[in-house]
Design a protein around this ligand. Structure first.
Ligand code: F2R
Ligand code: MG
Ligand code: MG
Length: 349
């Protein structure tokens, strides 16, 4: 039957956590043969293996902070969200945070700090971070706000608490919009889905800050739009190798090298793919394929998981996967509460 909105909300957050936990195994690996991915996944499915639970990393830890802050403040409150990040980091600093962002998280803990966006602006000699940390945690913004305009605005501000380079926060905007569209069922028309994202990002990347940062980093103008056009070309091809995906889109820790890649993973896996078990549904294919790319696998699987989970719904996330991953129950609970918040707002479109 049709996927209900509640199921989409739950699927988005739960599959993001599952992607982070299951993807953690291969983070930083250069080459991940599909055999190893499938072996890892059958280990996850085998509940009797007794390996214990797969732990979540910074991706989930920060996503929980975003969701929790949006719920307790009934909207975006930068002071509260910044404090929530800082507190979470001080309680569990060993979750695999980026090496730069930990300086921001330490500064955000200071009660004297008045401008909570200031520590992020001081990163990397004043250029700001272009890492994917803003994008990896953005999904709850798409579950809290109804209109694309609000998702765009608050995804950006939420990312700017740690990522002041436009490549960093615009990656979060793109990922937020992808989850927003997927929640509305837009992935049933994949070409329109990618075209919508391109036209949204054309507006976003017209801004002076985006133009300036692209130039300073020696990138072509409209870097996200450029990658999204490559995504479009790749999904139109009848066959595409993992090597081509990595060289065209990337699999790195920079938002530009991972957000369009995550979107590609979802689109590519809408159909059955050679080498992936026939019994796999689209969500399982998406996570498996994300892992096979290597590189920043926890984060790419987390972001692809959020988009795919919003499309397929919670029923598509295998029970055995859910039971093997830390933080799934909490994510499901947060998703249900965000659904209520979302339903209580009038439609802003
Ligand atoms: N940190 C990791 N994985 C690395 C290994 C972790 C593990 N604990 C281990 O040591 O074995 N994963 C997590 O980090 C990513 C999100 O990072 P975030 O939040 O964007 O952090 P940060 O530090 O701001 O940026 C990440 C790195 O990107 C480079 N970088 C960013 N901006 C830069 C700039 N303007 N100039 C030069 N380099 C820049 C730096 O190397 C940063 O450290 C996720 O993958 C998450 O899972
Ligand atoms: Mg991580
Ligand atoms: Mg990562």
């Amino acid at each position: 039957g049709p996927v209900s909105t509640l199921s989409r909300f739950r699927g988005a957050l739960v599959a993001a956590v599952v992607g982070d936990c299951i993807g953690g195994e291969f983070e930083g690996a250069e080459d991940v043969p599909l055999d190893r991915v499938l072996q890892h996944l059958s280990g996850v499915e085998d509940e009797s293996r007794g390996d214990g639970i797969l732990q979540y990393s910074d991706d989930t830890a920060m996503m929980r902070c975003v969701a929790d802050s949006l719920l307790t403040r009934v909207g975006f409150d930068e002071q509260d969200m910044a404090r929530s990040f800082a507190k979470e980091y001080s309680l569990a600093p060993g979750r695999g945070y980026g090496s730069g962002v930990i300086q921001v998280l330490r500064k955000l803990a200071s009660p004297q700090l008045s401008d909570v966006f200031q520590p992020a602006r001081a990163q990397f000699g004043g250029r700001g971070s272009f890492g994917n940390g803003g994008a990896m945690r953005v999904a709850p913004f798409a579950l809290a706000f109804r209109s694309a305009a609000e998702v765009r605005k608050y995804s950006r501000l939420g990312a700017m608490l740690t990522h002041s380079c436009s490549l960093g926060y615009n990656g979060a905007v793109l990922q937020g919009l992808a989850v927003h569209l997927s929640l509305q069922g837009a992935l049933s028309l994949p070409q329109e889905f990618i075209n919508r994202l391109i036209s949204e990002m054309e507006v976003v990347e017209k801004e002076d800050s985006a133009q300036r940062d692209a130039k300073a980093l020696n990138l072509a103008e409209f870097p996200y739009c450029t990658r999204l056009h490559r995504v479009k070309e790749l999904i139109e091809r009848s066959s595409v190798s993992v090597e081509e995906v990595i060289s065209e889109l990337g699999n790195g820790i920079a938002a530009l090298q991972s957000v369009p890649t995550a979107i590609f993973c979802v689109l590519h896996c809408l159909e059955p793919r050679e080498g992936l078990p026939e019994r796999y549904g689209g969500l399982e294919r998406t996570i498996a394929y994300s892992l096979a790319l290597g590189g920043d696998t926890d984060t790419i699987a987390c972001m692809a998981g959020a988009i795919a989970g919003a499309h397929y719904g919670i029923e598509a996330v295998p029970r055995s996967w859910q039971m093997s991953c830390e933080g799934v129950e909490e994510a499901d609970h947060l998703a249900k509460r965000l659904y209520k918040l979302y339903q209580s707002q009038s439609s802003g479109d």
